[in-house]
Design a protein around this ligand. Structure first.
Ligand SMILES: NC(=O)c1ccc[n+]([C@@H]2O[C@H](COP(=O)([O-])OP(=O)(O)OC[C@H]3O[C@@H](n4cnc5c(N)ncnc54)[C@H](OP(=O)(O)O)[C@@H]3O)[C@@H](O)[C@H]2O)c1
Length: 310
């Protein structure tokens, strides 16, 4: 371990009398969490390098350095890590992943990156979650074994997943409930990003695995009721049986291994196994996590003008 490995850099260091800049690499920077981390870091004056497979197309705030990273092309990992203080790792875990996180960690080690923060998922390592519960395990292990400072963020289901309701609502259809009476404390992705920012900027979170949840247990129907209240229109909900969910995903052309994983995840929630609320967000951020009602209110415009299902 390098002697300076525990030093904090909890203030922006754009340029310090000829010293190297302290830059943070965000992978998955066009995604839900990565894009919000980029926004938050830029607001805080931190120097950011954002990775995407398509730098020509991606849009980032002014001043952000853009680099091409493609998980199918590990040769792109090394250049992205050069000159980086801390790296945020968003793999695309699933049946097709071939060790992306481990390869990113190896590139970080070679480049002398000090700190890595990995986005993982709630239920990782829980045998009841079966195969999808194993998807993040190798990546988490690579991060823990790296010898670098590390933090793992096991996020719960994002509140923003209900953006998928926009289409059925627009078409006048009920929204699908795939998880029956199972409830979960969905998390506002902005809170996940805020915790990531804290972990990327300080050694304080080294060696921690945080489980990030919202404040309230809610079923899919509960969430629909909250959203209906926010948008001022009724939202009809239809329960989807597992066999129908499977048929729908197969018809949509999704790979069998992905379909099996998704169904296992839904069954895990339906069985009440994801009914946990943690205080990790409050402990890191010093304030309670945002509620689903709060997320819905802040995204009301995205659901505006929806047809009322008959
Ligand atoms: N959704 C949930 O409820 C939930 C809950 C817990 C944990 N998670 C975890 O969150 C992670 C996904 O994060 P997210 O939702 O923020 O991402 P996202 O919105 O799904 O976006 C995916 C990101 O990954 C990048 N990407 C995809 N394939 C890539 C490849 N081959 N090479 C390089 N980059 C690639 C994309 O970048 P470009 O397209 O620009 O290249 C994009 O920025 C997953 O690990 C998932 O397990 C999700």
């Amino acid at each position: 371990m390098r002697p300076d490995v525990r030093a904090d850099f909890s203030y922006p260091r754009r340029q310090q009398g000829g010293h190297a800049q302290h830059m943070i690499l965000i992978t998955g920077a066009t995604g839900t969490i990565g894009s919000d981390i980029v926004r938050q870091l830029v607001t805080e004056g931190v120097v950011v390098r954002a990775s995407t497979r398509d730098p020509e197309r991606a849009e980032f705030p002014a001043g952000v350095e853009v680099v091409r990273v493609d998980y199918r092309d590990p040769a792109t990992f090394g250049p992205a890590m050069v000159g980086i203080e801390a790296a945020f790792l968003v793999g695309v875990p699933g049946p097709d992943d071939t060790g992306t996180d481990a390869a990113l960690v190896a590139a970080a080690q070679v480049a002398g990156v000090r700190r890595v923060v990995k986005l993982s998922a709630v239920g990782t390592g829980d045998p009841r979650l079966g195969v999808p519960g194993s998807w993040h395990v190798p990546g988490e292990q690579a991060v823990r074994d790296s010898g670098l400072e590390w933090t793992i963020l096991r996020s719960n289901t994002f509140a923003s997943n209900t953006f998928s309701w926009i289409e059925p609502l627009r078409d006048g259809h009920p929204v699908p409930n795939l998880t029956g009476d199972g409830s979960q404390a969905v998390v506002d992705p902005r809170d996940v990003s805020a915790v990531a920012v804290a972990a990327l900027r300080s050694s304080e979170h080294h060696g921690r695995t945080y489980t990030l949840t919202g404040p309230d247990l809610q079923t899919g129907r509960d969430q629909a009721a909250v959203l209906a209240e926010v948008i001022g229109r009724p939202i009809a909900v239809t329960d989807i049986a597992e066999a129908d969910a499977r048929a729908f995903m197969v018809a949509a052309g999704l790979p069998p291994a992905f379909v099996a994983g998704a169904l296992t995840g839904q069954s895990f929630i339906r069985g009440g196994h994801n009914e946990l609320v943690t205080d990790d967000i409050a402990r890191v951020l010093g304030r309670p996590p945002r509620s689903y009602a709060n997320w819905a209110a802040d995204h009301r415009a995205a659901f505006a003008g929806m047809t009322v299902p008959s």
